[in-house]
Structure formats: structure tokens, C-alpha cells
Design a protein around this ligand. Structure first.
Ligand SMILES: Cc1ncc(COP(=O)(O)O)c(C=O)c1O
Length: 461
């Protein structure tokens, strides 16, 4: 690790990045004294350090050194409408002066819940949480309580937040063993399946009568970086229904990005439960678990009192806080009544085309892909002969699409793009918004072109 870091700081790309961002460097130095790794979220970690942002608007943001960037972090996917969409900002600001927390029920939460119920097919009932992590945690507890079974089947590489039941098998511990800090008993009740193999999944489910639920990122691991094959979700729906296993779509990303009804609405496959986050609250903290009334009834005081089950505990100081409600209502109305989802999906496709043109012109074997409002770049270190269509058809496993890369390569790609005014995510890729423009697309493609040329000069390509 130390060697890789030394190599990285010797890189001309990294040196140019450091020369350009002295104020970010100074803040990163202070942050090192406060935060582990100097960051507040694992994905924000970047060597030698990331940029420090002062403000953002639309598809752009600006750093403390005065540089402007086309933004592909998009609030970790929450900002389908871009930064500071006026109607959302206005609603949230108005609510700030009316109260940030009423410690009681209020009309906005009813309106927000009604919107979600009318848009998401499986949403007979809604329960608000503050984060996607809490929503998936609640989903697993409810499924276990409802079925009286212990185990949950997850898919290798699929991300569902950071609580103990899902904190392994995402970027390590793919065999399902517990990561440090997680009890082996918890890991022992989580089964890991390969999402590119429906028959293996079927065998696991048919061989175990103690499975309460299956949870899946329905477009595939990490926002569809490893796409699921057509027919996989339909088959999963069929098997889980046959075996009375609760099917949970984790739509924290896909909800309101794939369409107003989430991926379930776009594909017409209705799960039993779905976790929602990010876009649902219009860019401020808020999330929800939605699903079948008989399952969410386990949270219902009256049903528990008159039924033969124990009520499930669920609190949360900021559940349905008025700011999230105000922002979420306006954001969902825009999703419901305008073409923002389509715009983001089309921009993503156009960006992939522009990137693929650059990759071809520059003679690299990279491939841009991604079906729903974002982009991924397959860096193809093993020079596989393939295409965007083949990747998107779910033909490849995680090892193929996320192979080990040369140390520091991702950091150099990110720094190279930042040098040319574009901020991408580390997979590499990122979510896009409905307000990215043709100019953004052009700037992004050129940033990749210049980065590729710099990588060639360094001997990385
Ligand atoms: C698919 C998925 N599920 C759950 C989560 C966790 O959501 P949060 O970060 O709000 O806890 C994320 C976050 O990126 C996610 O992408």
C-alpha cells in the first residue's frame, strides 16, 4: 500500500492535480486531524485528496480553488434534478422557517406518503426512515418477523448500505464470511448468491426452508455496474412467490431514476417490499420502506394488539422530518409530471456514445455502458472482445466486469478528469441528472480524451 501511494505522488497527473488544488490540499490536511482518512463517507476517499466544494448549481459545482466542474457525483445519486432545483429549494427554504421538527404528525408527511403510494406499484404502505441503510435494515427485520424465518439471500457485490447484515460480500468477503466487526452469527444467516446465475440462486432457495427474504439491487450491483440478465428478476419473482419468500427490491438508487414507478414500474415486476432513498427526498436526508400492507402491518400498533404477532420496534428522530417532506413532495411531483427521468436516461446514453467515440479514436479498449440515468466505464484490463450490448445483457460476472486494476489507475483517472473540469465517481462512472447539457457531454468526453493521453504518456495505457 505504501509503495502504491509513493508511486501515485510521483505521477505527473497527480502532481498537476496537486499544483491546481492547494486550498483543497490545505483543507484535506486539517481534515486528516479530525476524520479517519480525512473523509466522511468511504466513497469520498481519494488519493492524494479530493476536492473541497464551495457551492453547486444545476449540473456544475465549484471548488475552494475556484475551479468549475461538471458534476457526476449528483449527491451520491440523489440529485436527479441537478443541484438546487428552484422549486425544491424554495419549498425546503419555506419550510425551514415553519419548523424543522414538529415532534408530531403533520400534513406534509401524509402528502409525501400519498405521492409515493400512488407512484410505486408495491407501495400499499409506507414507513419513512432517514437513510437507505435504515430502510434495508427495516426491510430485513420485517421480512424475518413476517415469515418467522431467519435467513436472507443476498447477491454477491450488491450494495444495501452499511448495517451489519449487508456489510460484507460487497467489496470483499464474497464468500459470505463476516467482515471485521460483524458477528459471525449474523453473517451465518445471510446467504450469498451469484446474480448472474439464476439456477444457482434457485438451488440455494430450494435447498433451504429457512429463508425469509431475498434482497437485490434490481438493475445489478452498484447501480447496474454488473447488470442482471433479462429474465432474472422475473424468475426470482416466481421462485420467491412459490416459496413464500419476501422479495425486496432495493430501489434506493433506481427508485425515481428508472422511471416514476422505479424499476418495478418500468419492468412491471412487483416485489413485496422496496427500499427508497436519495431522489425520494429531493436531495435532503430522507428515505422510506414501502410494500405489502400485511408485511408493514407488523409495525401497526392496533394490528399487533388485535392480532397474534408482536409489534416491530421502529423509531427514528428524523423520520418524515418536514424539510424532507417539503423537498420530497416537489421532487416527486416533477418526476411524476415531467420527463426528468427520460431526460437523464437519454443524457446518460448520449454520454456513453460520446465516450465510446473518444475511446475508439484514442485507441483504448474501454467501453461505456449503463441503462438507467448514469454511466459506467469498463476499463477492460484483460482485453476482452465484447460490446456495450453484451455487457448490458448481464452476460458477465463480477470478476469480469470489476477486475483488479493497476494500483492507482482509478485515482489517476479521477485526477485527470478533475484537471479537465469533470468530477466522476470511482467505479469509474457516475449518475447523471435531467439538467446535464450537450456542453457538459462534450466537456466530459474531452476530459476523458485528455486523461487517456496523459495516462499514455505515463505508460499506464
Ligand atoms: C442500492 C443502495 N442501497 C442502499 C444504500 C444506502 O443508502 P444510504 O446511503 O442513504 O444509507 C445505497 C447508498 O448508496 C444504495 O446505493
Amino acid at each position: 500500500m505504501a509503495t502504491a501511494f509513493k508511486d501515485l505522488t510521483a505521477s505527473p497527473i497527480i502532481q498537476a492535480y496537486m499544483r491546481r488544488t492547494p486550498k483543497s490540499a490545505a483543507l484535506a490536511k486539517r481534515a486528516q486531524q479530525v476524520f479517519p482518512s480525512g473523509v466522511t463517507h468511504d466513497v469520498r476517499y481519494m488519493r492524494p485528496y479530493g476536492i473541497y466544494v464551495t457551492h453547486a448549481q444545476g449540473s456544475r459545482k465549484w471548488d475552494v480553488d475556484g475551479h468549475e466542474y461538471v458534476d457526476y457525483s449528483g449527491g451520491h445519486g440523489a440529485l436527479l434534478l441537478g443541484h438546487c432545483p428552484p422549486a425544491v429549494t424554495e419549498a425546503a427554504t419555506r419550510q425551514l422557517s415553519r419548523g424543522t421538527h414538529h415532534g408530531a404528525s403533520h400534513e406534509l408527511e401524509v402528502e409525501w406518503g400519498e405521492r409515493i403510494k400512488s407512484m410505486i406499484p408495491c407501495a400499499d404502505r409506507v414507513r419513512f426512515t432517514s437513510s437507505g441503510t435504515e430502510a434495508t435494515l427495516l426491510a430485513l427485520r420485517l421480512a424475518r418477523a413476517f415469515t418467522g424465518r431467519a435467513k436472507v439471500l443476498r447477491f454477491i457485490g450488491h450494495f444495501h448500505g452499511w448495517h451489519d447484515h449487508v456489510a460484507f460480500g460487497v467489496s470483499s468477503h464474497f464468500d459470505g464470511t463476516a467482515s471485521t466487526g460483524v458477528l459471525p452469527e449474523i453473517a451465518g444467516n445471510m446467504l450469498m448468491a451469484p446474480p448472474w446465475d439464476i439456477e444457482a440462486t434457485r438451488r440455494i432457495l430450494e435447498g433451504d426452508d429457512d429463508v425469509a427474504a431475498v434482497i437485490i439491487e434490481p438493475t445489478g450491483a452498484t447501480w447496474g455496474q454488473v447488470p442482471v440478465a433479462p429474465g432474472f428478476l422475473e424468475a426470482l419473482r416466481q421462485i420467491t412467490r412459490q416459496r413464500d419468500v419476501v422479495l425486496i427490491f432495493d430501489e434506493v438508487v433506481t427508485g425515481f431514476r428508472c422511471g416514476p414507478g422505479g424499476l418495478q414500474g418500468a419492468l412491471g415486476i412487483t416485489p413485496d417490499l422496496a427500499s427508497l432513498g436519495k431522489i425520494v427526498a429531493g436531495g435532503v436526508p430522507g428515505a422510506a420502506l414501502v410494500g405489502r400492507a400485511d408485511i408493514l402491518n407488523r409495525l401497526d400498533h392496533r394490528a399487533a394488539a388485535s392480532g397474534d404477532f408482536e409489534k416491530i420496534l421502529h423509531h427514528g428522530t428524523y423520520n418524515a422530518n418536514p424539510i424532507a417532506c417539503a423537498a420530497g413532495i416537489v421532487a416527486l411531483d416533477m418526476v411524476r409530471t415531467t420527463d426528468v427521468c427520460r431526460k437523464a436516461i437519454d443524457y446518460g446514453r448520449g454520454l456513453q456514445d460520446a465516450l465510446d467515440d473518444v475511446f475508439r479514436e484514442e485507441g483504448v479498449n474501454w467501453i461505456a455502458y449503463g441503462t438507467y440515468g448514469g454511466f459506467h466505464v469498463f476499463l477492460n484490463p484483460n482485453d476482452i472482445r465484447t460490446s456495450r450490448d453484451e455487457i448490458e445483457s448481464g452476460s458477465f460476472d463480477r470478476e469480469t466486469l470489476c477486475p483488479p486494476l493497476a494500483p492507482g489507475l482509478i485515482m489517476k483517472i479521477r485526477a485527470g478528469c478533475l484537471l479537465h473540469g469533470v468530477d466522476i465517481q470511482p467505479w469509474p462512472g457516475g449518475p447523471v441528472s435531467a439538467v446535464h447539457t450537450d456542453e457538459d457531454r462534450h466537456l466530459t468526453a474531452e476530459a476523458f480524451r485528455q486523461t487517456i493521453r496523459m495516462l499514455k504518456e505515463e505508460g499506464d495505457l
